[in-house]
Design a protein around this ligand. Structure first.
Ligand code: AMP
Ligand code: ZN
Ligand code: FE
Ligand code: FE
Length: 288
């Protein structure tokens, strides 16, 4: 078997806030010339089966998720994202926690809509839920409602400070990041900290936390990501080397909700092999 060359370990489908269905996503990944793609929808494994069934020849699928976490070592607590790969999707505690977070997203979404409506902004929660079509609901779905109402032109604008980025931003009830690392490991999965230095998205965590997470079982850091500057990528790479963590790169593709293209950033075959070697939950899937 030849070593996979183009590896994108972070993408979203309509199972969360991407715009391609899981089947369309794997087709687009093959089209983009990828050898490996990971499906990492927010807080759900709902897209896995469809992606597996639709997997085109020559493409390997890594089943994963992006967990909504929070670090409670600062006041207020800092939200962060943990990528989880190849975990057992039936591990009861993890399943329960993901269901709880998805529910918390609905509670938060509805509260954001109430705030908007109180200010006379005509958005409807039922229309937003319909837009999410059963997938994990997130702010990008609310952004679509703002676009439909003609209040903003783009998703990026909807994430600006006057809208979902600050004024109408509310926290949701995320998973404690140490508990998330533990749950992913217990489920045989491989936890990787997503875009850990993405300061343009909001507050970031100190390196000391990453040191503690590495001791608690974190396996890797995402370095090459659209929201990291070149200096931030280098910082992440250095930190990973110091801590013996693997380094990933990925597009964080969201379809038309973001400008980034599949394969815009990639992971080295060496890091990929290491990641797969650590997994004990489910295996990579290659079509027959
Ligand atoms: P939520 O998970 O509901 O808090 O919403 C965050 C999601 O919105 C993440 O998946 C991001 O990829 C996406 N997002 C965050 N900032 C932006 C932005 N400026 N433009 C487009 N999407 C964004
Ligand atoms: Zn997203
Ligand atoms: Fe993320
Ligand atoms: Fe993501």
């Amino acid at each position: 078997m030849s070593v996979p060359a183009r590896i994108d370990l972070h993408t979203h489908s309509t199972a969360s806030d991407g715009t391609l269905g899981p089947a369309e996503l794997v087709a687009a990944a093959a089209e983009a010339g990828l050898d490996v793609v990971a499906l990492t929808d927010h807080d759900t494994t709902a897209g896995w089966a469809t992606a597996v069934a639709a997997l085109p020849p020559g493409l390997t699928l890594i089943r994963g998720a992006e967990l909504s976490c929070r670090w409670f070592g600062a006041e207020p607590a800092v939200p962060l994202h943990l990528l989880a790969y190849l975990f057992d999707p039936e591990a009861p505690e993890l399943v329960a926690e993901l269901a709880r977070v998805r529910r918390a997203r609905e509670v938060r979404g509805e509260r954001i809509v109430r705030l908007l409506r109180a200010d006379g902004i005509p958005v409807s929660w039922s229309a937003i839920l319909a837009g999410a079509a059963g997938g994990t609901v997130g702010r990008p779905h609310i952004a679509q409602a703002l676009i439909r109402a003609g209040l903003v032109a783009t998703t990026t604008e909807a994430f600006g400070p006057d809208w979902l980025g600050e004024r109408y931003r509310l926290p949701k009830d995320d998973i404690d990041v140490f508990r998330a690392v533990e749950l992913v490991r217990s489920a045989g999965g491989v936890p990787v900290f997503a875009h850990p230095r993405a300061s343009r998205r909001g507050r970031i965590v100190p390196d000391e936390l990453i040191v503690d997470l590495a001791a608690a079982g974190l396996a890797g850091l995402e370095a090459d990501h659209e929201d990291h500057s070149p200096a931030e990528r280098e910082h992440v790479r250095r930190l990973a080397a110091e801590l013996g963590l693997l380094v990933t790169g990925s597009s964080d593709f969201h379809g038309t909700h973001k400008a980034v293209r599949l394969g815009a950033h990639t992971t080295s075959p060496e890091a990929y092999e290491r990641l797969v070697g650590l997994a004990r939950g489910v295996t990579p899937v290659a079509s027959g």
